[in-house]
Design a protein around this ligand. Structure first.
Ligand code: DAK
Length: 261
């Protein structure tokens, strides 16, 4: 089944409980203009509230994941027009998505494209993928979390190298740096991401959502507060039917069937 939201962002359902969101602006190398951002936000808001979806794969094209914000739009942009755009609302819809997001990256993930990939929870890269934050080369800097998410992913010294020079790193190096979760052959990126999404979709959805919330919220808290958050979320899961199902299935030596309740 394929549902076309419209031309620049497509949503497919390649397996039960799994949605595949695909950027579709190949003529501009999937550059993220306002319409792409708006549609992405719409799709992620819808999927966030859809109980039939337990994992989301986000991808671009075979040659380019996304070449960043639309530089052509920037030639006439002013401070006020950038402010009034409030693009952060669109990005926040992705950041707030409680479901696991797996980015399947082929080709270039640059600038806003790299920032988009970093909104995911897991990044599967094709061997030919390239990551970078080249905003500095066009006179600006990352504006959608690139400085903050990159330093958290790879640490100060790699982040500064990428941010100051705008250089690209190929998938094997990105994997070593911690910017990529797994590297596969270029032709297998989406299939592997969907396979992993299916694996995650078999897990108890409330536990998965709690893991995501605690990891992302906890990483910026003092350790004591983060550990308290973890403990409370752990205790909360004992109210779920899925917790009983998981424990009973183990004891009865059968595969658990999680309902998300
Ligand atoms: N914007 C607009 N058009 C782009 C584009 C981009 N980022 N990237 C490519 N295109 C267009 C090209 O202009 C060209 O269009 P035509 O000339 O055919 O009209 C077409 O796509 C094909 O591009 P190329 O001929 O360059 O294709 P190649 O395969 O040779 O090269 C490339 C692919 C991805 C290596 C190259 O296109 C490239 O270097 N692109 C620019 C990469 C880049 O510098 N990205 C960073 C952009 S700055 C914000 C949040 C975030 C941001 C800003 C604000 N707010 C919250 C407010 C982020 C900023 C950025 O990302």
């Amino acid at each position: 089944m394929q549902e076309t939201i419209n031309s620049v962002v497509l949503t497919e359902y390649p397996a039960q409980y799994v949605a595949l969101v695909r950027l579709n602006r190949p003529e501009a190398r999937n550059a993220l203009n306002n319409e792409v951002r708006r549609q992405l936000a719409h799709v992620f808001t819808e999927l966030s509230g859809n109980a039939d979806i337990r994992a989301i794969v986000l991808t671009g094209g075979d040659e380019v994941f996304a070449a960043g914000a639309d530089i052509k739009d920037m030639t006439t942009a002013t401070t006020i027009s950038m402010y009034q755009r409030h693009a952060e609302r669109y990005w926040q819809a992705i950041a707030d998505c409680p479901k696991p997001i797996i980015a399947a990256v082929n080709g270039y993930a640059l600038g806003g494209g790299c920032e988009l990939a970093m909104h995911a929870d897991i990044i599967i890269a094709g061997e030919g993928a390239r990551f970078g934050q080249p905003e500095v080369k066009v006179g600006v800097m990352p504006g959608a979390g690139g400085t903050q998410r990159l330093i958290r992913a790879v640490g100060k010294f790699q982040a500064m190298r990428l941010l100051f020079t705008g250089c690209m790193v190929k998938a094997p190096e990105a994997l070593r740096m911690g910017l990529v979760s797994e590297m596969v052959a270029d032709g297998e990126t989406v299939a592997r991401a969907v396979e992993m999404a299916q694996e995650i979709a078999k897990m108890p959805p409330i536990a998965i959502a709690q893991i995501k919330e605690v990891v992302l919220s906890g990483m910026d808290l003092p350790l004591d507060a983060a550990l308290t958050l973890e403990r409370k979320a752990f205790q909360l899961l004992f109210s779920s039917q899925d917790q009983k199902e998981g424990a009973n299935a183990f004891v009865e030596k059968r595969t658990p069937n999680y309902q998300g309740e």
